[in-house]
Design a protein around this ligand. Structure first.
Ligand SMILES: Cc1cc2nc3c(=O)[nH]c(=O)nc-3n(C[C@H](O)[C@H](O)[C@H](O)COP(=O)(O)OP(=O)(O)OC[C@H]3O[C@@H](n4cnc5c(N)ncnc54)[C@H](O)[C@@H]3O)c2cc1C
Length: 375
């Protein structure tokens, strides 16, 4: 990936994408993103999704028969890295694009693919992911939000928490318990729930960094039709595993890598001549490179599913813990010039060892599934 991104051969995908990003990332976002009012930031992020679609950069690695660009994961990862370097906005359609779309391609009916894929890629329908609950975060099999069978569909009653983008979402990829007595892992179902209907109440939750990116959501007898059940009743666990594999994959890591590298470079610039920190800085710098190499390795394994999952399993722990160490050192050694930056980064990325699977859970996965250690 390193070589690919830096090789800007005229006419290549990388060169064209880079040029497009340089010309199209909104100046106002690039220069003021930390200071924008939430409504303006949301408007820019929504429009960014539409711009990506119009320019042919939405769904790069999705097959063309589903409205994607039919390219590979390498292009998707490369674009993600270029976009982060160009300080492009993070569109609001990301859950739809990264989680819902690939999941529907694997498990959805032709009707669901027809109905949902295009509006996701166009940036016209925003999705949220309703998995976590107060009593079911790491242990998703304990989801207790109920889906009761009624004529023509199901009625959803229960509570979800930490639901990113819930305030703006048109649809929710919702995991609910559809059977009280089926065995564990066979009692859950996945739904494509319409968020704009009565019975749904959304309470935003403020984060330590000041933002309100997520919310608590209550469902009170909310209808979802049979047509919006993914795979079959009781297949929710299987579908959720597809979602989580995409959530922890290389595309997410590539965009994080750029921010981590920028923070690492800032740290080297401000403390590089401090001999007491030399070993520590060298260690952090080497590990930043390691994240990039691991992403590049994962991309080469795209066609070997189990090797790919193994390679991406370690990525989440690698980048999230490294970034926390970098921002902690940045905050500890910061001068007034960069104090606001380090304070924000430090607070904001407290959450990255929690979302998409905590570090402890990721370590369990690495030890049991990748290394085959006994439970
Ligand atoms: C910024 C952010 C955005 C999020 N967005 C979403 C979203 O859009 N949709 C959504 O559904 N969820 C979302 N989440 C929720 C996230 O997926 C959960 O917070 C996460 O899975 C952990 O669940 P929990 O908070 O219930 O912690 P718990 O599962 O209660 O864990 C508490 C602690 O116990 C440890 N632990 C638990 N089980 C084990 C075990 N078996 N072995 C070792 N240690 C264990 C955990 O590592 C953790 O340290 C988001 C979270 C954050 C922070």
């Amino acid at each position: 990936m390193t070589e690919q991104i830096d090789d800007l051969d005229p006419g290549s995908f990388i060169a064209e994408a880079n040029e497009w990003l340089q010309d199209n990332v909104p100046q106002r976002w690039r220069e003021n993103r930390g200071a924008l009012a939430e409504t303006e930031a949301v408007a820019i992020r929504r429009e960014w999704d539409r711009q990506l679609f119009r320019a042919g950069y939405a769904g790069l690695s999705l097959p063309s028969e589903f409205g994607g660009q039919g390219l590979g994961l390498a292009e998707e990862v490369a674009f993600s890295e270029l976009a982060a370097r160009a300080q492009a906005p993070d569109g609001l359609a990301r859950i739809g694009r990264i989680l819902t779309a690939p999941t529907l391609i694997v498990h959805g009916t032709a009707n669901q693919q027809d109905r949902f894929l295009r509006p996701i890629l166009e940036g016209e329908e925003i999705w949220c992911q309703g998995f976590s609950e107060p009593g079911a975060g790491s242990d998703l099999a304990s989801v207790s939000c109920r889906a009761e069978k009624v004529a023509g569909g199901y009625e959803i009653t229960g509570r979800k928490i930490w639901t990113s983008f819930a305030t703006y979402a048109d649809r929710c990829l919702l995991l609910a318990r559809s059977s009280a007595d089926a065995p564990r892992y066979r009692n859950l179902s996945m739904f494509l729930l319409d968020m704009k209907q009565p019975g749904i109440s959304i309470s935003p939750i403020r984060q330590i960094s000041g933002g309100t990116h997520f919310a608590e959501v209550h469902f009170d007898h909310v209808f979802v039709s049979d047509d919006d059940l993914v795979a079959g009743e009781g297949d929710g666990w299987k579908v959720a595993m597809t979602v989580l594999t995409n959530e922890r994959g290389g595309v997410e890591a590539a965009s994080r890598y750029v921010e981590i590298r920028a923070d690492m470079d800032l740290l080297l610039e401000s403390c590089g001549d401090n001999s007491r920190l030399a070993d520590r800085l060298a260690d952090l710098d080497r590990r930043t490179d390691l994240v990039r190499w691991q992403i590049a390795k994962a991309v080469t394994l795209e066609t070997d599913e189990s090797a790919f999952v193994n390679a991406t399993s370690v990525l989440k722990v690698l980048w999230s813990e490294l970034w926390q160490e970098i921002t902690e050192l940045g905050l500890r050694t910061s001068t007034p010039k960069h104090r606001d930056h380090w304070r924000f980064q430090y607070l904001e990325n407290r959450s990255c060892t929690i979302f998409s699977g905590t570090s402890e859970i990721q370590r369990n996965i690495i030890s049991e599934r990748v290394l085959g250690l006994p439970k």
